[in-house]
Write a protein that binds this ligand. Structure first.
Ligand SMILES: C[S@@+](CC[C@H](N)C(=O)[O-])C[C@H]1O[C@@H](n2cnc3c(N)ncnc32)[C@H](O)[C@@H]1O
Length: 265
């Protein structure tokens, strides 16, 4: 499938901007996952998300699957998942991690799937790249069955320092689009509710390990430190404690949110 057809001006412009942006990002993602320590962090993050898949779920969609590292781990536990991304360049890298998995080039704002087709929709870091968040989430709801689950992880801006840092990074860095944004906890819950979801779980994720191990393409200091895999494991453990502690969890960079379709919505 090629670029999406024209329906809505803002979404269309953004879709093209995202395709362009991610052309350059695809090799950076491959680099991001090429270190043992960064893979350890990403694997922990993915395990956290995958732990919310209900028993018996068979049909799973990873919306905005990018270069497919998450999908590869999902596939080990739940074979037969489908990945969709707007960027063909990102999906080309996916082939390397998940050969044989069904990958679809398409726009999350216009999903090419039957209603009720999936038991689970994952969305790791793709919602904030779209402009009409409620429409995006409504699309997720539409392709989920009545007992389906939405499992997301998105950048969290509850902490004013993180919010400011992110705003600067998104504005200044060529690796982000200026319209991309993080969410507050209250804000993302409200978006989910507006789209017809009942939110069943919200937790912060990622502080030290996120900063130092997650993105060697942005911050590569751990590459030079011996024992970086061990340090990452330590950070992951510490982060778990911090994220489970009221107030300290304001340091969390991401928010994991699980929802189910609201009855009658
Ligand atoms: C931050 S990356 C995350 C990729 C992957 N989930 C991961 O965690 O490595 C966001 C992804 O969302 C995709 N994306 C952005 N807008 C999209 C849209 N409207 N429809 C589908 N994918 C989109 C981008 O191409 C990119 O691969």
């Amino acid at each position: 499938m090629s670029a999406p057809s024209s329906q809505d001006g803002v979404s269309d412009q953004n879709a093209l901007a995202q395709i362009e942006l991610h052309k350059a990002l695809a090799p950076r993602y491959a680099y991001r996952y090429s270190f043992e320590f960064s893979r350890l962090f990403q694997q922990d993050w993915h395990a956290e998300m995958i732990s919310h898949v209900p028993a018996g779920a068979k049909h799973i969609l990873d919306l905005g699957c990018g270069t497919g590292f998450f999908l590869a781990e999902l596939e080990e536990k739940h074979p037969g998942s489908v990945g969709l991304d707007i960027s063909h360049e990102m999906l080309k890298v996916s082939d390397q991690y998940v050969p044989g998995v069904r990958l679809v080039t398409g726009d999350a704002e216009r999903l090419p799937f039957q209603k009720g087709r999936f038991d689970v929709v994952f969305c790791k870091g793709s919602l904030h790249h779209t402009r009409d968040h409620v429409a995006f989430l409504k699309n997720c709801r539409e392709v989920l069955g009545p007992d389906g689950k939405l499992i997301m992880s998105e950048p969290c801006n509850d902490n004013p320092i993180i919010r400011a840092a992110r705003a600067i990074l998104y504005k200044k860095s060529q690796h982000f689009d200026v319209g991309d944004q993080g969410f507050t906890k209250a804000g993302i819950i409200s978006l989910c509710e507006q789209a017809g979801f009942e939110v069943t779980l919200v937790k912060k994720y990622g502080i030290l390990a996120y900063t130092f191990a997650g993105f060697p393409d942005h911050l590569g200091i751990l590459r030079y430190i011996p024992g970086n895999a061990l340090i990452t494991k330590l950070f992951i453990g510490l982060d778990r404690l911090l994220c489970a502690t009221p107030v300290l969890n304001l340091l969390g960079f991401h928010i994991v949110i699980v929802g189910k379709p609201k009855v009658g919505a």
